[in-house]
Design a protein around this ligand. Structure first.
Ligand SMILES: NC(=O)c1ccc[n+]([C@@H]2O[C@H](COP(=O)([O-])OP(=O)(O)OC[C@H]3O[C@@H](n4cnc5c(N)ncnc54)[C@H](OP(=O)(O)O)[C@@H]3O)[C@@H](O)[C@H]2O)c1
Length: 322
């Protein structure tokens, strides 16, 4: 099968489209014929050799990509709930061999049925970013209907889903983005959209129950500053798990009688199912800013590395438009 693998860590030039052996599913796995794979910032972070949280888990050669949409080709003997021919989406094997390939084998529990209303290229943009937003808002942030949430990086992959999930839950949503993306963030459903470059967000926002840091900024002074918007008892959740809170940030949280949490995304089937239901009910839209053929994976990485993608980037591998 065709796969994009790396044999060394480095720049986009280490990405090689090559022939690789088709994986054989273990007893608890499904083999998926991949029609499309999402591209996430972690793909190029791994390509470059990982970060403090990931480095120890990476082995070479490695097939990148941890966002798949496709069709079940084989089912391991202990798997129930999936049949050959099912259209599925999920987060396969992070950070092992992933979805930039014609086939991937991964635990069945990392997949759910693809939303019926989405084509494969759209569905491939959902799982990793969507589950990260879900884990942050509801797993760690315990966001409830009627609460106020501030979402940083609201125009990005994770942030865009977070805005829509929080709104669907009945929260009051404030999102931050660059000036050119404020209309987009409002169109996703945010009640307020603020420009993180030109506006002092910490002076304009107050009484927030949950802050979700879904921006790529890794800066504890900026974190400690924004903690002021939280209510006593509020929660600051960061999805940037590779960048822990320092002492000053911990002290800022204590002063505000707030707590902090780092949120690694959890590839949970039940959450993927809930997300699919919201999408099929028309309550969450999937914004794909660009689709690349597999052979142009290096260009997709270059675009992701700008940190200014609106929505998601996707690689088309099979018939992604079905
Ligand atoms: N915990 C996990 O498992 C997990 C999973 C996925 C991602 N992540 C992390 O989540 C973060 C977002 O990932 P993503 O996939 O959503 O990235 P993305 O699609 O590239 O979006 C990032 C967004 O952040 C905004 N941004 C860029 N620079 C900024 C800055 N200096 N200050 C504030 N906002 C800025 C951009 O908005 P504008 O273009 O409007 O400026 C952009 O829309 C990354 O740090 C990533 O590492 C964690």
């Amino acid at each position: 099968m065709k796969a994009v693998r790396i044999h060394a860590f480095g720049g986009p030039e280490v990405l090689q489209v090559e022939e690789a052996a088709r994986p054989v599913p273990a007893a608890d796995e499904i083999l998926v014929k991949v029609h499309a794979s999402g591209v996430n910032p972690v793909d190029w972070v791994v390509r470059e050799g990982g970060n403090d949280a990931l480095r120890a888990f990476l082995t070479l050669p490695l097939t990148l990509g941890w966002d798949a949409a496709g069709v079940v080709e084989e089912v391991g003997r202990d798997v129930s709930g999936f049949q050959v021919g099912d259209a599925v989406y999920g987060v396969p094997n992070f950070p092992g061999n992933g979805s930039y390939a014609e086939y991937c084998a991964a635990k069945a529990s990392q997949f759910a049925r693809k939303p019926d209303s989405l084509r494969f290229i759209e569905a491939a943009g959902v799982p990793l970013a969507g589950l990260t937003a879900w884990t942050g808002l509801f797993g760690h942030g315990q966001l409830q209907a009627g609460q106020r949430v501030l979402i940083q990086g609201a125009s990005g992959g994770v942030g865009g889903f977070a805005v829509q999930f929080a709104k669907a839950k009945g929260a009051y949503v404030i999102g931050t983005a660059s000036a050119g993306n404020l209309g987009y963030v409002r169109q996703l459903g945010a009640d307020e959209a603020l420009d993180y470059r030109s506006q002092a967000v910490e002076d304009l926002v107050h009484d927030v129950d949950v802050v979700l840091e879904a921006s790529p900024l890794r800066d504890n002074a900026a974190r400690a500053n924004i903690v002021r918007v939280l209510k006593p008892g509020g929660i600051f959740v960061s999805v940037n798990v590779d960048f822990p809170f320092d002492e000053a940030m911990q002290a800022a949280l204590a002063r505000q009688q707030a707590t902090g949490a780092l949120a690694p995304n959890q590839p949970r089937q039940d959450w993927l199912q809930e997300i699919a239901e919201l999408i099929d009910a028309g309550r969450v839209q999937v914004v794909i800013s660009r689709v690349y053929p597999l052979a142009q994976v290096a260009d997709a990485h270059r675009e992701s590395q700008t940190w200014h993608v609106q929505g998601k980037l996707v690689l088309e591998i099979g018939p992604g438009n079905e």
